[in-house]
Design a protein around this ligand. Structure first.
Ligand SMILES: NC(=O)c1ccc[n+]([C@@H]2O[C@H](COP(=O)([O-])OP(=O)(O)OC[C@H]3O[C@@H](n4cnc5c(N)ncnc54)[C@H](O)[C@@H]3O)[C@@H](O)[C@H]2O)c1
Ligand SMILES: [Zn+2]
Ligand SMILES: [Zn+2]
Length: 364
């Protein structure tokens, strides 16, 4: 089979590799119908995630069809269409029993494209199938559910729920990448009074308005704390969601939060950020951190099925699986290409293009 293989920092290729096979009785093998690329895959390629060993197939988000089920699998069978999520659950450890699947100590958690082969491939072995995959209703398209594999539950659980967004709140979302935009989308489920997006890139702020932000601040050219003070009568925001992962944006969140407010950190940080306890100690501020657990996936799937949530606008570019190398180039150059999520599809995606004009460049 073919797959996107990590060969060490800066090195990736679309290789022929051994077919995915059942290893444990609780495994299934899934034919990948749609997959996508995450900012975390770019971090891996930069060498930021040293546990990923050369030779690992990347990718942790997919929709696929079960082609083989291990003898101990009872709830999914050959032919079932399933969402394969970034988080796997053993179903047996203490954390899985508490719904904290991201912290699984029984061999699950974030394993795809990290500790085991991932999902940017023609086929994949999926461990703990009974407790890890989600059957997809026939009427939903791959693109309607694909982003449930990572960005939607991450933004909803680690941003909106940890931040305890309530009706009438003023919510600041710092960082308007896919995670920040998914935070805006899912925060709206709680009817906040106002959502303010903050980013350095005007193109991302324009997207934030499309996704439902009410006001935007470019913190590269504007004084963000002063603008927030203006917009909130000097009080600060009720909830600030950090969706970048650098010290500056965490510190900005702590600066713009009102007394009694909540800072929900979603960003993955590689460097220490300063916690200004000398100003925060008296302000009753709550700060949360977290890795996604995906315990909200069934409910988010319901919201999509009933038409209350439409994640399809995240799909800005489409490629065939065999074009995954080009898709990485486009996704990795988002400042130029305006890519949010690239969809990798096992089906031909360029039928509309006349023969001979099939270019490998981005199309939206
Ligand atoms: N906690 C979790 O479980 C979890 C899961 C997935 C992703 N993440 C993390 O969430 C973060 C966001 O992910 P993403 O895919 O949206 O990333 P992204 O890189 O696509 O988007 C980040 C956005 O932040 C903006 N930005 C960069 N520096 C900024 C600054 N100083 N001030 C304001 N804006 C700035 C960029 O212009 C961009 O629009 C990343 O750190 C990612 O690793 C966390
Ligand atoms: Zn991811
Ligand atoms: Zn577990």
């Amino acid at each position: 089979m073919k797959a996107l293989v990590f060969h060490g920092p800066g090195e990736r290729s679309w290789d022929t590799v051994p077919d995915a096979r059942i290893k444990d009785p609780t495994d299934v093998v899934v034919r990948i119908d749609s997959s996508t690329i995450c900012g975390t895959d770019l971090h891996i390629l930069k060498g930021d995630v040293p546990e990923v060993t050369p030779g690992t197939i990347l990718g942790h988000e997919a929709v696929g069809t079960v082609v083989e089920a291990g003898p101990a699998v009872t709830t999914v069978a050959e032919g079932d269409r399933v969402l394969v999520s970034c988080i796997t659950s053993c179903g047996r450890c203490r954390f899985c029993k508490e719904g904290h699947y991201g912290l699984c100590t029984g061999g699950g958690g974030w394993i795809f494209g990290h500790l085991i082969d991932g999902l940017q491939a023609e086929f994949a072995r999926v461990p703990f199938a009974d407790t890890s995959v989600y059957k997809i209703p026939d009427e939903l398209s791959d693109e309607q559910v694909l982003f449930l594999a990572d960005i939607l539950p991450t933004a909803y659980e680690v941003g909106v729920l940890n931040g305890n967004v309530r009706p009438g709140d003023t919510v600041a979302v710092v960082g308007a990448g896919p995670i920040g935009l998914a935070t805006i989308m899912t925060a709206k489920l709680f009817t906040p009074a106002r959502i303010i997006a903050i980013d350095l890139a005007d193109a991302r702020l324009a997207k934030a308005l499309d996704f439902g932000a009410d006001a935007v601040i470019n913190n590269g050219s504007e004084d963000a704390p002063a603008r927030i003070a203006e917009l909130t009568g000097g009080l600060g925001v009720d909830v600030a969601v950090e969706a970048v992962g650098v010290p500056d944006t965490f510190e900005l969140c702590a600066e713009i939060i009102r007394p009694g407010g909540r800072v929900a950190n979603v960003g993955v940080h590689g460097h220490p950020a300063t916690l200004h306890l000398e100003t925060l100690w008296i302000r009753d501020v709550t700060i949360t951190t977290g890795l996604v657990d995906t315990f909200t996936t069934p409910k988010l799937l319901d919201l999509i099925a009933t038409g209350r949530l439409d994640p399809t606008p995240f799909a800005t570019h489409r490629f065939e699986l065999a074009e995954t190398m080009e898709a990485y180039d486009v996704f990795g150059d988002a400042a130029k290409t305006n890519a949010l999520k690239v969809v990798l599809s096992a089906q031909p995606v360029h039928l509309e293009a006349p023969a001979g004009e099939r270019s490998s460049v981005a199309r939206s």
